[in-house]
Design a protein around this ligand. Structure first.
Ligand code: SAH
Ligand code: SF4
Ligand code: F3S
Length: 471
């Protein structure tokens, strides 16, 4: 994979969207002519929240085309997998799940199989599907998402397979139909793509260059969500801290304007990149009452040589300085992070720097990944002498350190009362919700609480989950 050149942003025009709307109408005619019952679509999204947000738009478009959504893959007339390419495991799982669809298609020759998302944006993956999975009908990449009605129409009208995986200019398509998975938690993408080219990461290759939505479009969407009763809104981007870069409208300003909207809601965001995280941003979180006191700040490694090889653009010292400042202005702040174990060439001594950073940082939770080589990235060609088995041992060692850190942090919460968004009744019959800091808490309460805020006193910490009682 060659590094794509810097390309400019293209906002999909109203004309183009109107054309897609027409295609949606044509598909709807096909479907109603084809069967007495409504056609059913099964959609599954892999990967990050950005992909989930895309999946919600895909569902919105499918409904516009006349499909109804189903959770039962066996009764579906259209199966769509929205894929992820971040680690090898994600890709292997996808091939397995696609392979299993062959029998489904044998049972229902009308079944349409659609693959899209990050993995399909990679030429080698799309080629493999083309050659080895002939029962897949439609394949498209991340840039073509808004053209879904046209692709489905083409497939219906010609009976031919459709592939649309071009590496085009980064696009932003506003006002696509949307079907949100929740009625009180919402994803709100504020930017797309990534410019950082961390040496291990496939995202810049499959998502194109960084592009920000217009602040006004974001604020309007947020107002609309709040009016509809959404309580927890997560702003999404691979590096939200560089929002509006090159203009005089930065991320802190966006946060302040969102905070000024009237209503009972909270805002969180991910992902913050430490290289672009400023004291101004941390002050903004501290000062704005509707901003959750939660910061997802992946550090990836605690060793400066490894950070440099990763092309992360900050040092261990800079990261710890940011955290110290953040805790000084928000002692109750909950910090979460991502880390990679076993980057090519990392030694055990260097890995121990990651352990010591975890001990210092006191994350409430952490997502730990073993390095996975991604075709076309710089790290894929670096010598990687440490065995998978050895990396597994380091991984376990790091989890132990993190457990101690989290225990320290969540134990401090016992006896205090937090505002919790109640999310569901869990298997134990308890209400399960999340604190501002995104820590899961369960407590006895009535089902009607789901979707609203409640004040809950923490009675016990089991590290990954808190127990509490309604106040
Ligand atoms: N933009 C975010 C990360 C998005 S990907 C950031 O820069 O923080 C989510 C996480 O997946 C990353 O933080 C990293 O920890 C992990 N990851 C990405 N590529 C990986 C790879 N090749 N192997 C293992 N983990 C990886
Ligand atoms: Fe990947 Fe780095 Fe971009 Fe995050 S900032 S998406 S890790 S390249
Ligand atoms: Fe995966 Fe694409 Fe997200 S690679 S992690 S779905 S941006």
């Amino acid at each position: 994979m060659s590094q794509p050149s810097v390309n400019s942003t293209r906002i999909v025009s109203e004309n183009e969207l109107a054309k897609q709307n027409e295609f949606a109408g044509l598909v709807s005619e096909f479907l109603s002519a084809d069967s007495h019952n409504k056609s059913k679509a099964f959609v599954h999204t892999y990967g990050c929240q950005g992909n989930v947000a895309d999946g919600e738009r895909i569902k919105g478009m499918l409904i516009e085309m006349g499909y109804i959504l189903t959770d039962d893959i066996n009764e579906a007339d259209l199966v769509l997998f929205n894929t992820c390419a971040i680690r090898e495991h994600a890709e292997d799982r996808l091939y397995g799940n696609v392979g299993a669809l062959k029998n489904l298609k044998k049972a229902n020759s009308n079944l349409r199989i659609v693959l899209c998302g990050c993995m399909m944006q990679q030429k080698h993956a799309a080629e493999k599907i083309k050659k080895s999975y002939p029962f897949v009908d439609i394949v498209f990449g991340t840039h073509a998402l808004y053209r879904l009605p046209e692709m489905i129409y083409k497939n219906y009208s010609t009976g031919k397979r459709v592939f649309d995986v071009s590496d085009e200019t980064g696009v932003i398509a506003e006002d696509l139909p949307i079907h949100r998975d929740s009625s009180f938690k919402a994803w709100l993408p504020i930017m797309y793509g990534c410019n950082n080219f961390c040496s291990y990461c496939v995202v810049p290759y499959v998502r194109g260059r960084e592009r920000s939505r217009k602040p006004q479009d974001i604020i309007e969407e947020a107002k609309c969500l709040i009016k509809q009763g959404y309580k927890d809104i997560t702003l999404l981007g691979q590096n939200v801290n560089s929002f509006g870069k090159g203009t005089d409208y930065n991320f802190s300003r966006l946060l302040r304007e969102l905070n000024d909207i009237n209503g009972d809601f909270r805002i969180r965001f991910m992902t913050s990149h430490p290289k672009d995280c400023t004291f101004e941003l941390l002050d903004t979180i501290a000062q704005c009452d509707k901003l959750a006191k939660h910061l997802h700040l992946p550090f990836q490694s605690g060793n400066n040589r490894v950070l440099k090889e990763m092309n992360r653009g900050y040092t261990r010292e800079k990261y710890l300085e940011l955290l110290n400042y953040a805790y000084s202005v928000m002692p109750d702040l909950s910090v979460t992070a991502d880390v990679i174990v076993g980057f090519p060439g990392e030694t055990y001594e260097e890995f121990l720097d990651t352990v010591s950073l975890v001990e210092k940082a006191e994350f409430t939770s952490m997502y730990t990944f073993i390095f996975s080589s991604r075709q076309g990235t710089k790290a894929a060609s670096m010598p990687d002498p440490v065995s998978r088995e050895e990396k597994g041992k380091w991984f376990d060692e790091l989890l132990k350190a993190q457990e101690k850190s989290a225990d320290k942090r969540t134990s401090l919460m016992v006896g205090k009362t937090y505002r919790v968004l109640c999310e569901e009744v869990n298997k134990k019959g308890l209400i399960e919700g999340r604190t501002e800091g995104n820590v899961i808490i369960e407590f006895p309460g009535s089902e009607e609480l789901v979707g609203s805020f409640a004040n809950v006193k923490v009675t016990e910490s089991l590290i990954w989950i808190l127990k509490g009682e309604l106040q």
